[in-house]
Design a protein around this ligand. Structure first.
Ligand code: ADP
Ligand code: MG
Length: 447
């Protein structure tokens, strides 16, 4: 067996165990560089994918190789494309910045807001994967990851990251670029169908080298838009134009989205931004405080990072208040002043789930009526979300099975037990479901 044959056979096995998006993103470009007895050296196109394979897929890879050639015991990884530069850390932010004002910096040619740059983008554990993928897109637009799909809750930096890619490419390359939010896209398409200019609108889009559509979940249920966008997408994809999309959820979880579109969206790189953990929140606060010239002690940074947890936008909001105070009073900020200034912000942080909140978050996530979720209907697209809602009531509120049954119109407690056990078991095996539950929790606790 040659090393190529070994790799093909291993890939066939790996394909069964990793998601399609992961497979496309991480395995397609990898290869076996060397195979000596029990030792295999895997080559990847860049250091990021090397680290990623090593960190996330090492066990899977070793097992797949062993299945084919049982003598293999050791797998090592190396980068084989030396041209890819190593720049996994952004340069430190400069010290000369004002708090940015969004409206003023719109580039009318591209639709991009030039305030969103990589330079100002703080990279930490909650967004490092999305960031690294974005860098790969910048290095090799149209080829590295196409489409590139980023999802996650509000205020976590999706728009910032998408626009940073656009601004960077606009700076460095001769590219026709367009950034557009999906709701704008919907109205442009609808209007142009109405006044019969859809062909010229489509032509305009199809000539782009880079198209960024933000919040693509807003095309849900918009059939005409989906139809036209499908053609635009295909035309761009065929000419290797880069397509970048963001959403509040995975493509397959966007309700009323044509299957052919969601599978196109999954065909490239799909990655999420999570909620920032404590360390990430500190990093964001420290970087921005420096950038905006706000003088904060460690104690204050710690206080804000501990008490404001939801997203980057809220951290920015807190900093802006502190800045305003500092400008007004000129005095040094003390912890007790900060506590006073942020009192109302930190209070709302103690978000607790209620049964109502859980039910309404699940219903809105799956785009069904609360009424329906609580009704006895057995339709699958309602019954499954209902089981998830039951599971969350149990997990997060520790409700009794009996009382959960009552929430859903007096269902038997054995039905509830069945639902909770089932969903619990599935989350352990089904990464997509785990992710959906995670996103629902972000809605319950985050917004
Ligand atoms: P989303 O599109 O996910 O709702 P945004 O991109 O609008 O979030 O981010 C909200 C605010 O937080 C923006 O002002 C953005 O500049 C800032 N922000 C988000 N993530 C980061 C980050 N990693 N580094 C610096 N600023 C960030
Ligand atoms: Mg956004």
């Amino acid at each position: 067996m040659t090393k190529e044959e070994l790799w093909q056979a291993a890939l066939a096995r790996l394909q069964l165990n990793v998601s399609r998006a992961n497979f496309a993103a991480w395995f397609k470009e990898a290869t076996i560089l060397d195979w000596q007895n029990d030792n295999v050296l895997i080559g990847t196109p860049n250091s990021f994918s090397k680290e990623w394979l090593k960190k996330k897929f090492h066990e899977d890879i070793l097992k797949a190789l062993k299945d084919v050639a049982p003598e293999i015991k050791k797998v090592e990884y190396a980068v084989f494309n030396k041209s890819s530069s190593e720049k996994n850390n952004p340069p430190p932010p400069q010290n000369s910045k004002q708090i940015p004002f969004e409206e003023l910096q719109l580039n009318p040619r591209t639709g991009l807001n030039t305030r969103y740059t990589f330079k100002d983008f703080v990279v930490a554990s909650f967004n490092e994967v999305a960031y690294a993928a974005a860098e790969a897109v910048v290095r090799d637009p149209g080829r590295a990851y196409n489409p590139f799909f980023v999802y996650g809750g509000v205020g976590l930096g999706k728009t910032h990251l998408l626009q940073a890619i656009g601004n960077k490419l606009d700076e460095e390359e001769e590219m026709k670029i367009k950034y557009i939010s999906a709701d704008k896209l919907v109205s442009q398409i609808v209007n142009s169908i109405h006044d019969r200019s859809i062909d010229s609108l489509k032509k305009e889009f199809q000539q782009l080298d880079l198209l960024i559509v933000d919040d693509i979940q807003f095309v849900a249920g918009k059939e005409k838009t989906q139809e036209e966008f499908f053609h635009i997408f295909n035309a761009l994809y065929e000419r290797n134009s880069q397509i970048i999309l963001s959403s509040d959820r995975l493509p397959s979880a966007i309700p009323a989205l044509e299957k052919r579109l969601s599978s196109r969206f999954e065909g490239g790189m799909v990655t999420d931004v999570g909620r920032p953990d404590y360390e990430s929140r500190r990093a964001i606060l420290e970087t921005k405080a420096k950038e905006w010239k706000i003088d904060l002690s460690h104690e204050i940074v710690d206080y804000v990072a501990t008490n404001i947890q939801n997203n980057v936008r809220e951290l920015e909001g807190a900093l802006k208040r502190l800045d305003a105070h500092q400008n007004m009073k000129k005095g040094k900020l003390t912890l007790s002043i900060v506590q006073k200034i942020l009192r109302d912000l930190t209070k709302t942080q103690a978000k607790i789930a209620t049964p109502q909140k859980i039910v309404s978050s699940v219903a809105s996530f799956y785009d069904i009526e609360i009424k329906e979720l609580l009704s006895p209907t057995r339709k699958k697209d309602v019954a499954y979300p209902r089981q998830i809602a039951m599971y969350l009531l149990r997990q997060d509120l520790k409700k009794s099975y009996l009382s959960i049954g009552e929430v859903f119109g007096g269902r038997d407690h054995t039905t509830v037990i069945y639902a909770c056990t089932k969903i619990h078991g599935e989350t352990a095996k089904d990464a997509q479901l785990a992710e959906e539950i995670n996103l629902i929790r972000q809605r319950i606790y985050g917004e």
